[in-house]
Design a binder for this molecule. Structure first.
Ligand code: Q6P
Ligand code: ZN
Length: 496
């Protein structure tokens, strides 16, 4: 079984910078990379990772997502004078070029592909690539928003091609919309793209109508592009977790990815001048952990934005520590999301067919903020097909109580009554408790109406006490909502 986390970084990617005055571009500095790496070293995190060398991407790899004309144009920049670089940059929006950026951009793609290879060949379970320039705004024939080549889009195309993958999930938690990634996969049914982003009703950069929740993908890719626009600044831990519980995790579980790629921008963290959001670095430990049960743990995290050097470095450390399996710090004071976040979440939920079950137990548990998680599995939970579900719940609940989880298997007789079922359950639960990857749940079938009704009854019962499952947006309000049947079974056991 794959274990360990890769860390991919090379100081060479800090060898380019803005050469003229430009207030928009001045925040994208070489120190972004060096402070992140230094923080990982200072906390002893870097040395716990498998340090994988970078490489340069081949032209063929870059051409997976870009046109030949564009590649040739970018290549010319290595011979340009400062004046020529300035003029070249002007063709595009919010991006600057430097004689060394072509080299760094090629290395950023190569570093990302090294990470994909390490994870797909099971040399490590997961990992992070610290790269510059970032990628998610870059398009087939255009640089944009500090991005030259689209690292994560190329990684998804490369992974699909090299490892014959049918389902890749891209989670873009950068505070800007990765429109370049959206354009690349809009019609592709094999890539699910999720992005949240500062939008403020289209008044925030890049001011695109297609960044709104109404862009759900086209043709065969319909339903596989998920945009969650934030229409106010100041979003908090609670808002981010609510977005995961009520939007991303349900769709991601239904999609059942074979690989998870994260466009990890930390300009969505507190103190960032671009994002102006309020989520703490510790929240990224939880976001990372909540994605780890997917794809049997195969997760590649790739740096995008993040312009407050303190907040960036702390957030990077939190993310890598979660990848390594460290318990996530407790988040206190979680409540229901703010009005504006709720509105965005409702909007995106009603524009997509959504399964809903995780939306009950996770918000409740996070709001309660327990000091210990006690799981009890009875005989009814011991059915063979439910064992992986317990594994997933066990993993997802490990974000609570700093990972202090205790599971009680209450089966009548573990060896003599249905020994296979019980031992299977035991094996999956123990492996989840020890932080090992859980087997994917596989395709999820349709729900039964009585299960949906039962869930809604539970929510109504619970809403009197818990603000995180209030009427109006809990599970079942949107039409077309489906419930993951395997999870529903567990809730019968859990609440009755
Ligand atoms: C922001 C450009 C915004 C002007 C509004 C991974 C990194 C990024 C780039 C943001 C470019 N100007 N104040 O790309 O998404 O953080
Ligand atoms: Zn950004």
């Amino acid at each position: 079984m794959a274990s360990g986390s890769a860390l991919i970084f090379d100081e060479e990617m800090s060898d380019y910078k803005l050469l003229w005055t430009d207030p928009v571009c001045e925040i994208e500095v070489p120190e972004r990379l060096t402070v992140s790496y230094e923080a990982l070293k200072a906390r002893g995190v870097a040395e716990r990772c498998k340090q994988v060398p970078v490489r340069l991407a081949t032209e063929q790899e870059i051409l997976l997502a870009h046109s030949e004309e564009y590649l040739e144009a970018v290549k010319q920049t290595l011979k340009m004078s400062v004046e020529e670089l300035k003029a070249f940059s002007k063709q595009y929006n919010d991006v600057y070029f430097h004689q060394n950026i072509y080299h760094c951009a090629t290395m950023a793609v190569g570093a990302t592909l090294q990470l994909v290879d390490s994870v797909m060949k099971r040399e490590v379970r997961n990992g992070m690539a610290l790269v510059r320039p970032p990628g998610h705004h870059s398009q087939r024939s255009a640089a944009n928003g500090f991005c030259v080549f689209n690292n994560v889009a190329i990684a998804a195309l490369y992974a699909k091609k090299t490892y014959n993958l049918n389902r890749v999930l891209i989670v873009d938690w950068d505070v800007h919309h990765g429109q370049g990634v959206q354009y690349c996969f809009e019609e592709d049914p094999s890539v699910l793209y999720f992005s949240w982003h500062r939008y403020e009703h289209r008044t925030f950069w890049p001011n695109l109508p297609e960044s709104d929740y109404t862009s759900v993908g086209k043709d065969k890719g319909s339903g596989l592009n998920v945009n969650l626009p934030w229409n106010k600044v100041g979003m908090t831990n609670s808002d981010y977790l609510a977005a995961f519980f009520h939007v991303l995790l349900p769709v991601a579980y239904e999609f059942d990815p074979e690989l998870v790629l994260v466009s990890a921008g930390f300009d969505s963290a507190i103190g960032d001048p671009e994002g102006e959001m309020c989520a703490l670095p510790e929240t990224f430990a939880h976001l990372t952990q909540l994605l780890m049960p997917l794809a049997a743990g195969k997760m590649c995290v790739v740096l995008e934005g993040g312009y407050n050097l303190t907040s960036l470095a702390q957030s990077v450390c939190q993310t890598v520590q979660s990848l390594l399996g460290d318990p996530a710090p407790q988040l206190s004071g979680l409540t229901d999301p703010c009005e504006s976040a709720l509105d965005s979440i409702q909007n995106v939920r009603s524009s997509l067919p959504l399964p809903a079950v995780l939306s009950l137990i996770l918000p409740l548990a996070y709001e309660f903020n327990p000091g210990l998680v006690l799981g009890v599995v009875g005989d009814s939970g011991a059915k063979t097909h439910l064992a992986p579900v317990w594994g997933h719940l066990t993993s997802l609940l490990q974000g609570l109580a700093e990972g202090r989880t205790l599971t009680l298997l209450q089966v009548r007789d573990i060896y003599f009554i249905k020994p296979f079922q019980n031992i299977h359950l035991l094996a999956v639960t123990v492996s989840a408790l020890s932080g090992a990857p859980v087997p994917p749940l596989g395709p999820l079938g349709a729900h039964k109406p009585e299960d949906v009704q039962m869930m809604e009854k539970e929510r109504q019962r619970l809403q009197k006490r818990w603000s995180s499952v209030q009427e109006g947006w809990g599970l079942l309000r949107c039409t077309g909502t489906t419930v993951i049947p395997q999870f529903t079974k567990i809730f019968y056991g859990a609440y009755n």
